[in-house]
Design a protein around this ligand. Structure first.
Ligand SMILES: Cc1ncc(COP(=O)(O)O)c(C=O)c1O
Length: 379
């Protein structure tokens, strides 16, 4: 039996046609017809006022760090339980990531811990919506407001996910998306910045295009473009944007297939989880989840290794997830944690992620479910 992989990209069918069209055109660089089409599709999906396509979510986070005005020595609060990119974006400006703990059930940043970590140097909070399940936005927005902090939502996991009907990434100052190969909608490597404020949007167009006002030139608003601000090069080629268009047009189909996997896990693992002291994913009221990932919280660290190994013996690939950033070599060098992130340490040591992707067949899902339910936790 072939190995059941952890993540496989899904092809909607139009990718190669669109790539061929982009290549046959005379516009291979960024900001061409496919980029405009992808931006329109993302605006429709997220209802964000402005969308800036980027070469990765990491670059969207770096762009956000510039736009919120981070300076050397500023402090930025972020969860210890997130991907390195959330922190590298902060460090790229010479600012200091201040790592705080997460809530036990959603694995999202704990608002009380975030508030307790605020100092006179705190400039912003960079938060993650883990698995695309919204963090406690009511409390986090109130804290941002109370202390005059920018709130950047790393929504790498959450395309299509909502809180009270509104798309994640559109609540704070800025939001970021990832279109990495492992995400629901993929272009190999890619991302986007969601922007509500027109002034930030105008500056974002400049910063991501080598500090020039070339986007205004393309639109015919100025005769010549020139260097007007700091910047970098975060525009993806229109050839890659062609892939993204195909994926976004197939979004409903991708989501329906991924939801089927997620729903089967959730329903069919419930008895085993209840008997075995395993916690399934928790989606609090008023949130939707986008079927980006499915995690099981095992009773012990031994059982994390135990289940991953048990599945590996059945040629099914399951994994752990983020390792605490505050304990990582770079986290210790560049950041600090005012308090030990004990929930993060505990959850990182017990969490198991199961394969979730649109190409999974019912036989694949059966295989994962049989593999999981034939495991008996040891501790
Ligand atoms: C929370 C989070 N932020 C950012 C990233 C980085 O995304 P990208 O690979 O598009 O830069 C990831 C990657 O998985 C992630 O999980």
């Amino acid at each position: 039996m072939a190995r059941l992989l952890f993540s496989v990209p899904y092809v909607t069918g139009s990718e190669s046609t669109y790539v061929a069209q982009a290549m046959a055109s005379d516009h291979w660089q960024g900001d061409g017809p496919f980029t405009r089409r992808a931006v329109a599709l993302l605006q429709q999906l997220t209802a964000a006022r402005g969308v800036i396509l980027t070469t990765s979510c990491t670059h969207a986070l770096e762009l956000a760090a510039v736009l919120v005005g981070l300076k050397p020595g500023d402090e930025v609060i972020c969860p210890s339980f997130t991907f390195s990119s959330t922190a590298t974006a902060i460090v790229s400006r010479g600012a200091v990531p201040v790592f705080v703990d997460i809530e036990p059930r959603t694995l999202n940043i704990d608002p009380a811990a975030a508030e307790a970590a605020i100092t006179l140097r705190t400039k912003a909070m960079f938060i993650l919506h883990y698995g695309g399940v919204a963090a406690d936005l009511d409390q986090l927005l109130a804290i941002a407001d109370r202390y005059g902090l920018a709130l950047v939502e790393d929504n790498a996991h959450g395309l299509g996910a909502r809180f009270r009907g509104r798309h994640l990434g559109t609540f704070g100052t800025l939001g970021t998306q990832s279109f990495h190969e492992t995400k629901n909608v993929a272009m190999g490597e890619g991302g986007a910045l969601l922007v509500q404020d027109p002034e930030l949007l105008a500056r974002a167009e400049i910063v991501r295009d080598k500090g020039t006002n070339r986007a205004r030139f393309w639109r015919g608003e100025i005769d010549k473009y020139t260097w007007v601000d700091e910047g970098s090069s975060y525009l993806p080629s229109d050839i890659l944007a062609a892939v993204l268009c195909a994926q976004l047009e197939g979004f409903d189909d991708i989501q329906a297939k991924r939801m089927h996997v997620w729903d089967r896990y959730d329903t069919e693992l419930a008895d085993w989880a209840g008997r075995s002291g395993v916690d399934q994913m928790y989606v609090p009221p008023e949130r939707s989840q986008p079927a980006h990932l499915y995690v099981l919280m095992m009773p012990s660290a031994e059982d994390q290794h135990g289940l991953i190994q048990h599945l590996r013996e059945r040629d099914v690939v399951a994994t752990f997830h983020y390792q605490p950033l505050d304990q990582s070599p770079a986290g210790l060098a560049f950041g600090r944690a005012p308090e030990p992130c004990t929930v993060t340490y505990d959850r990182a040591a017990r969490l198991v992620r199961l394969p979730v992707y649109a190409r999974m067949t019912d036989a694949d899902i059966d295989r994962v479910i049989e593999g999981v339910t034939s495991y008996t936790p040891c501790c």
